[in-house]
Unconditional design. Sequence first.
Length: 222
Amino acid sequence: MLKDNFLITIQEIPGDVFDLIREGIREGEGLFREQGADYLLFALLEAIVENYVPIIEAISSKIEGLENEILSRSYTRTLRKIHRIRQDILFMRRTVFPLLEAFRRLEIEGSRFFSEGTRPFLDELHDHVREVLEILEGQRELANSLIDLYYSRISMKTNDIIRILTVVSTIFIPLTFITGIYGMNFRYMPELQWRYGYPAVLTTMLVIAVGMLLYFRRKGWI
């Protein structure tokens, strides 16, 4: 709470982002002792906003790592990581977004509490909050695109598997036809009594299989 020339803040847990400000006040560094309580409020708000920067950078690093992981391999574990990243981004956005309304009110009502020298700092900090929100929005879109990329990779792998199985099935169709013919138990089948009938059939089947593979490769199907 800011009123006249004093500022009241509440600390919920020990060890927060205001430690550097406390240290600066103790050591007499910066403008904390020269300016009024309004400048101290600006410094506290700046510390809050600046604390979001390393968190956003960490999220960006995770997104880049997940993108590389998706391109190299596609596991269900990766999808769970993407969803956790999206939850972190949405949590950050819900945390930062109310600051816009807070700064808007400060611009309207802040003239009673902030001096002319401090108000430009608040405007700069307001722009910084907008930049943070824009970065978070971009990260949210990147996370959504990672999900699309993940499912695209899964679809491509599935298509590759289906293509391979189709090629194998197609090759075995004529081979199965040949074995089906010679599997019939007719008495008068000249090839059954021929000395080279067995190796001739195997050679024919091999030539057919290799020929089909070469044909598929030339067509670019495999």
